[in-house]
Design a protein around this ligand. Structure first.
Ligand code: GDP
Ligand code: MG
Length: 305
């Protein structure tokens, strides 16, 4: 008799879906071991589709982070929902992440509907996240309520923040992927261009430092990205806001806010690039850009073919 052979190599795309703020980016960052997706406590942080690639001995998992699926209220919202829906269609498997510390809401139900309506038998893995916040008496009722939304899914109680049960979840994700060779070089962590990442870091810094209303109207445009001598990277960017009043807020009293955003973003970008970074920021008003389809496109939120 033959000995046991090693398991077949598996690879594929797994769409990461879930309403905003459930911990999708936190989970992906954990698996990628590097800060790729953007984490924030404000919803709708992830606007673009982001790929994160984890290569192991036995598998290559390509995570597709999606913008939150929600009711679109403007052109940007529409773009975000379309991107997420497309990721779902293209995926080999689906990772549905929910916040198990609260019962399911209408958004969770809508996403579950999208998943279960999908033609073909795409495997679904359900991650019941934030179990660290779960009260003992809520464990059963809340997790059962989510499990009922996607009855065919394999499910796991996890904490993306505390790293709980994430190895078991990853093993299940690998098991859900088809057999096949690696699709990307093994040292590739993300396909998102460094330039785009720099823009996302600037947005993240702004999100953390600014008050509620302004952040969702922000769009970052990288106007220059140059490798200069002495290992210095020069980056110039526009922070586009929707109103004059917002521009004043982003700049702050004697430029203090803009300076703080710049310092924080520069440190993050430098960490990522492992290089010295010179960052120049300008604030521009583009009236109500989120409601203008052409402006939304021009700022980089193009639907992919
Ligand atoms: P996304 O919008 O789904 O990508 O969510 P994020 O990854 O940006 O996370 C939203 C917020 O939830 C952040 O403040 C995270 O720190 C927090 N968070 C994520 N996972 C957990 C978890 O397992 N436990 C707790 N307590 N907080 C979490
Ligand atoms: Mg996110």
């Amino acid at each position: 008799m033959t000995d046991t052979t090693s398991p077949p190599y598996r690879s594929g795309f797994i769409a990461v879906v879930g309403r905003p703020n459930v911990g999708k980016s936190t989970l992906m960052n954990y698996y990628l071991g590097q800060k790729i997706a953007i984490v924030s406590d404000k919803p709708q942080t992830t606007r673009h589709k982001q790929l994160g690639i984890v290569t192991r001995e036995d598998a290559q998992v390509i995570f597709v982070d999606t913008p939150g699926l929600h009711e679109p209220r403007n052109e940007l919202g529409k773009y975000m929902v379309e991107t997420a829906a497309r990721a779902l269609i293209d995926a080999d498997a689906i990772l549905f992440i929910v916040d198990v510390s609260v019962p399911p809401g209408p958004s969770d139900e809508r996403i579950a509907q999208l998943i279960t309506d999908k033609p073909g038998a795409t495997p679904v893995v359900l991650a019941l996240n934030k179990m660290d916040k779960l009260k003992p008496e809520d464990v059963l009722p809340f997790s059962n309520a989510y499990r009922l939304l996607v009855p065919a899914a394999q499910w796991f109680l996890i904490s993306a923040k505390e790293g709980y049960n994430l190895d078991d979840l990853l093993t299940a994700i690998v098991g859900a992927l088809p057999e096949g060779p690696a699709l990307f070089p093994e040292d590739e962590v993300t396909l998102t261009h460094l330039r785009d990442l720099a823009a996302e870091f600037i947005r993240e810094a702004a999100l953390h430092l600014l008050e509620q209303e302004v952040p969702h109207g922000l769009a970052i445009e990288i106007t220059a990205y140059q490798e200069r001598s002495g290992g210095l990277t020069y980056i110039s960017a526009d922070i586009n806001v929707e109103r004059e009043a917002h521009k004043r807020i982003v700049i702050g009293k004697s430029g203090q806010m803009l300076k703080a955003i710049g310092t924080s973003a520069r440190e993050e970008i430098a960490k990522l690039l492992e290089k010295q970074v010179y960052l120049e920021l300008h604030v521009k008003t583009r009236k109500n850009w989120r409601s203008d389809a052409r402006e939304v496109q021009r700022l980089g939120y193009r639907a992919e073919k």
